[in-house]
Design a protein around this ligand. Structure first.
Ligand SMILES: Nc1ncnc2c1ncn2[C@@H]1O[C@H](COP(=O)(O)OP(=O)(O)OP(=O)(O)O)[C@@H](O)[C@H]1O
Ligand SMILES: [Mg+2]
Length: 344
């Protein structure tokens, strides 16, 4: 880890962040005048695209330095950086992940709490993957899956859960993949006191029932769901609402009943309406719907190599969306046939 990150990891995070904050308010005003193009509006911020320089924004604002596309995220309202681990926010995470591959690299930020709006500037990493759902080749999906697994492997080594993997939070410029939006991230060590807010269709079953400690395996589940959707064009667990019972039923319909003991040690197991669930699931067998949905797409592959790769992808997805003992990023990268079998 670099010195900045270790400084932040030790004690006074807000001080370290302020020390690195760039106060180029004039530059931002300049960029604002230069017409920012709105590219996203989420729960916590508004994101704009603009042209600027990756070395000296002020300089580029003044004259013609080499321009690159930037993404500027304004946080509204800004809550400030708290030393309480459970309230860490995206600004903090963006510093914590500087050495993780395929994550946003911070060019400028202003986390100051006295300002109306805090902002963070990173390079623009291309459109998010929502627009590519159902349209990418199996080769592109292999590239994307590999990059994201490398990211998840590094996050796991640092004890970090991304917490919101889905197509909105993955950018792809045709060549490189970037996992963005660390606004829901948490340290595994603190997962017992954090409230996880993963987008519901990609929420792992143990997060649905709120087990008392989360692990990086919840990111694996989300990625498995998303890879399925990216290839087939169809969401795997499209629950009609956020209710945990509806979410759980949607999963059980496709995967069958969770293994015995799955509901132990979960917060919802204590609720009266959940008490009935484990026994009502007992008779549920896996429906195979998932394999069927996948094959509707993979049957359209015209050459043998792509068909074989699609079979390998399905096998990998099945290992990413198990209730327990999910494949880890390291295992997938090192030994799964989707990445390691040479098909000619
Ligand atoms: N660096 C970037 N490069 C390209 N696009 C970006 C970048 N940062 C954000 N975006 C776009 O802006 C959208 C919203 O950004 P982000 O997910 O960081 O905000 P958010 O407020 O957390 O949104 P949400 O609540 O919808 O997750 C993303 O889905 C993506 O399309
Ligand atoms: Mg987002």
């Amino acid at each position: 880890m670099g010195s900045l990150i270790s400084t932040i990891s030790t004690n006074n995070r807000s001080e370290a962040l302020s020390a690195t904050a760039d106060k180029e308010t004039q530059t931002i005003l300049y960029l604002k005048k230069k017409s920012l193009v709105s590219i996203g509006k989420g729960a916590f911020g508004k994101v704009y695209k603009a042209l600027g320089s990756d070395t000296d924004l002020a300089e580029s604002a003044r004259k013609s330095a080499k321009k690159i596309e930037l993404a500027i995220k304004f946080f509204i309202p800004f809550q400030g950086v708290s030393s309480d681990e459970s309230q860490l926010n995206e600004l903090y995470w963006n510093f914590e992940i500087q050495e993780i591959p395929n994550t946003p690299k911070v060019l400028y930020s202003d986390p100051s709490q006295d300002q109306q709006m805090a902002f963070i500037i990173t390079p623009y990493y291309g459109p998010d993957l929502r627009s590519q759902i159902g349209k990418l080749s199996i080769d592109d999906i292999e590239k994307i899956a590999k990059s994201l697994l490398e990211t998840l492997k590094a996050l796991e080594e640092h004890g970090i859960i991304h917490g919101d993997i889905n197509g909105k939070n993955i950018c792809f410029d045709g060549k490189n993949v970037t996992l963005i939006d660390f606004g829901s991230s948490l340290f595994i060590l603190n997962s017992h006191k954090s409230c996880l807010i993963t987008t519901s269709w990609y929420r792992a079953p143990e997060a649905v029932i709120q087990v008392k400690n989360y692990t990086c395996a919840i990111d694996m589940w989300s990625l498995g769901c998303f890879l399925f959707e990216l290839y087939t064009g169809k969401a795997l667990f499209p629950s009609r609402d956020e209710n945990p019972i509806t979410l759980m039923n949607t999963i059980v319909d496709k995967l069958g009943a969770p293994p015995p003991g799955f509901f132990l040690n979960s917060r919802f197991a204590e609720l009266p309406e959940f008490k009935e669930l484990p026994s009502s699931y007992r008779s549920f067998l896996p429906t195979n719907d998932l394999d069927q949905m996948f094959k509707e797409k993979s049957d359209q592959e015209t050459n043998w190599k792509n068909k074989r790769n699609a079979e390998n992808l399905l096998d990998l997805i099945n290992k990413m969306i198990t209730y327990t003992d999910r494949i880890t990023p390291q295992e997938a990268l090192l030994s799964h046939s989707f990445f390691n079998e040479r098909v000619y």
